[in-house]
Design a protein around this ligand. Structure first.
Ligand code: SF4
Length: 247
């Protein structure tokens, strides 16, 4: 699945941002620019790229993970976003999804012809604790959107989502832990608890990654980065046929 990052850089806005991987990756690669400086990238028009035969480089049916090194709804990108919506319309043969911690900005960032939502766009509202779930999810459920996902990542505590799990509105819930050296641990009981909530409400569930530290039966395990997705899958909780990417 190609990543389409038309801009890069972000500001930390809530507890889940503490060890943001954008900052970690920038530091690891020795980026010359600060991670909180939002700038356009060379991939700004990625889905429009053509090969030497003038065909689109990315064929019909491609699913783009949009804006994974920033937040699609960040303020600095307001003047650039209309162009992105145009590309999304031009490539109506492809799918696009983005995750955001700024769902309260969605309405003001939508194109004028959004209506009930574009069929080829999925939006994931990210929540990391009960407080953010209770702030962001009522807004998320109230905005027009065809494909809604709740992304619980990095999960920092037990969260009750029951009142937000409306089958007509939410297509899936995806849970993940935090990665990196200073990651906060994920308790497997929290994951199975949300899994139970989704089963009760008949909503597809995905445990997409364990994070670096997984607590199970009171014991903490270190999971190397390369095994975090496969270990989560092995838990056997997933009722989705595909995995989405955690943020
Ligand atoms: S919103 Fe996402 S990309 Fe931005 S700082 Fe927080 S975790 Fe990082």
């Amino acid at each position: 699945m190609p990543m389409w990052n038309p801009w890069h850089g972000c500001h930390k806005i809530s507890a889940g941002c503490k060890h943001c991987y954008v900052y970690r990756e920038d530091a690891a690669f020795g980026s010359a620019l600060p991670s909180d400086e939002v700038r356009k990238t060379a991939s700004f028009k990625l889905p429009m790229k053509r090969d030497r035969y003038k065909n689109f480089k990315y064929p019909p049916g491609t699913e783009f993970a949009l804006c994974f090194t920033s937040d699609f709804l960040i303020e600095e990108a307001d003047e650039w976003r209309d162009e992105i919506w145009e590309i999304i319309k031009l490539r109506s043969d492809c799918k696009f999804f983005f995750f955001t911690k700024r769902i309260e900005r969605l309405l003001e960032c939508l194109p004028s012809d959004w209506g009930n939502g574009y069929e080829n766009v999925g939006i994931g509202c990210t929540v990391e604790n009960q407080d953010r779930a209770d702030k962001r999810l009522p807004v998320f459920l109230s905005v027009p959107c065809v494909h809604r996902m709740i992304i619980v990542a990095p999960m920092l505590e037990k969260i009750n989502l029951i009142k937000y799990l409306d089958r007509d509105l939410i297509q899936e819930v995806s849970v993940g832990g935090e990665s990196g050296r200073y990651a906060r641990p994920l308790d497997f009981d929290w994951v199975t608890d949300i899994h139970r909530q989704c089963i009760d409400k008949k909503i597809p569930f995905c445990f997409h990654q364990t994070g670096s530290y997984l607590v199970k039966n009171g014991r903490q395990y270190y999971i190397p980065r390369e095994h975090q997705h496969s270990q989560a899958k092995k838990a056997g909780l997933n009722t989705l046929t595909h995995q989405i990417i955690g943020k």
